[in-house]
Ligand binder design. Structure first.
Ligand code: NAD
Length: 338
């Protein structure tokens, strides 16, 4: 399969490594508005077709798929250009800045019959995946409560300076992933309430958020995130999970320790694989990039919709929007409103 990457920035380097490891896939062209980044990624990965304009690349290259690794404001234009050029698309989160843009992209994909998937990768982290699988196998029976928690003091701003500049920060950037995990665990939500706060005075948006979700079927989840937590043991970028079911409890604890409490206690070490190109502490996320990109290629081969399709991601994005409305208006928001 011939692919091209648009956006050769901070995170795309992981995507390029992961594509190189997937048999039968080749990234044949790169596109970035920044000639330096283009040149560096081309040299690092031995890709010599370079474009500064996506439309020109799409008109010139014969591509099976396009990987879009730019930030959200550019997604709609690039996604629609790629789909109209006849390529399947995998696009980074956050998928869109507005629900209208997200819905328009999903409609374009449906009209073209091509696959559009969102690189919503936290639910593909292998420790998280193990929790999802155990739950789906019925290990603790029907779940009625979950807590999905990401609390860190890690300096994310040095690698991604734009995170300090936006009016919105943690829910849109990180909360989106853990809201998506809550959906993977308990299904879609019907209502949400949220509070937000900015603790770090040097950033513009919120760096702390606490959300309470009611899911279809009545289960409750607490989804909380912080980039302002000073702890003796920094657990970036681990997500802690706790789920109560009718038959027992599942816990994913810091240090990649999975505890299954059901007729006694079983503990599993679910530490992610350190891929040859990965580095700690990012290896958890880097492994999930490899897994989600493999899933995309497998789904294209099998002609089936990916689990994290763009259509599915509308529900995750709606939770993000609803959380911001709830925090701003200090009220419970029905997902139907979004
Ligand atoms: N899934 C994850 O775990 C994860 C982690 C980090 C970042 N991200 C996401 O990845 C995306 C990119 O983040 P980043 O930190 O790598 O950003 P970045 O700013 O480092 O890189 C984006 C690149 O896209 C290029 N670009 C922008 N518009 C373009 C256009 N129209 N045509 C061609 N090139 C264009 C820029 O020049 C830049 O090199 C964001 O949406 C971010 O949320 C995801």
């Amino acid at each position: 399969m011939r692919g091209a990457l648009i956006g050769c920035g901070f995170f795309a380097q992981n995507q390029l490594h992961a594509w190189r490891d997937i048999e039968g896939v080749e990234i044949v062209a790169l596109c970035d508005r920044d000639p330096e980044r283009l040149k560096r990624s081309g040299a690092d990965f031995g890709i010599d077709k370079h474009y500064m304009d996506a439309a020109e690349m799409l008109a010139t290259e014969h591509l099976d798929f396009v990987d879009i690794a730019t930030t959200a404001p550019t997604h709609r234009l690039l996604v629609e250009q790629a789909l109209r050029a006849g390529a399947h698309v995998i696009c980074q989160k956050p998928f869109a800045e507005t629900m209208a843009d997200a819905r328009a992209m999903v409609a374009t994909a449906q009209a073209t019959g091509l696959t559009l998937m969102v690189h919503e990768n936290f639910r593909w982290q292998s420790p998280v995946r193990r929790v999802i699988e155990l739950l789906r196998e019925g290990a603790i029976g029907t779940p009625f409560f979950a807590r999905v928690s990401f609390r860190s003091g890690y300096d994310v701003y040095s690698g991604q300076p734009y995170l300090a500049e936006g009016e919105r920060f943690i829910i849109e950037d990180l909360g989106i992933h853990i809201l998506d995990i809550a959906r993977a665990l308990l299904g879609d939500a019907v209502r949400i309430s949220a509070t937000t706060r900015r603790v770090n005075p040097r950033i513009r948006g919120e760096d702390v958020a606490t959300m309470l979700l009611e899911h279809e079927g009545g289960a409750t989840s607490v989804v909380d995130c912080s980039y302002a937590s000073r702890r003796a043991r920094e657990s970036f970028p681990e997500t802690a999970i706790e789920i109560d079911g009718e038959l027992g409890t599942l816990k994913l604890e810091p240090g990649y320790r999975l505890v299954i409490e059901c007729d006694g206690e079983t503990v599993e070490d679910v530490a992610p694989t350190l891929l040859p190109w990965a580095e700690r502490p990012w290896h958890n996320i880097q492994e999930s990039v490899a897994i989600i990109q493999r899933h995309f290629i497998d789904c294209l081969g099998a002609g089936r919709a990916p689990e994290t399709s763009a259509a599915d991601n509308l529900h995750t994005l709606a939770l993000v929007e609803a959380a911001y409305v709830s925090a701003a208006e200090k009220r419970i928001v029905e997902l139907m409103e979004i």
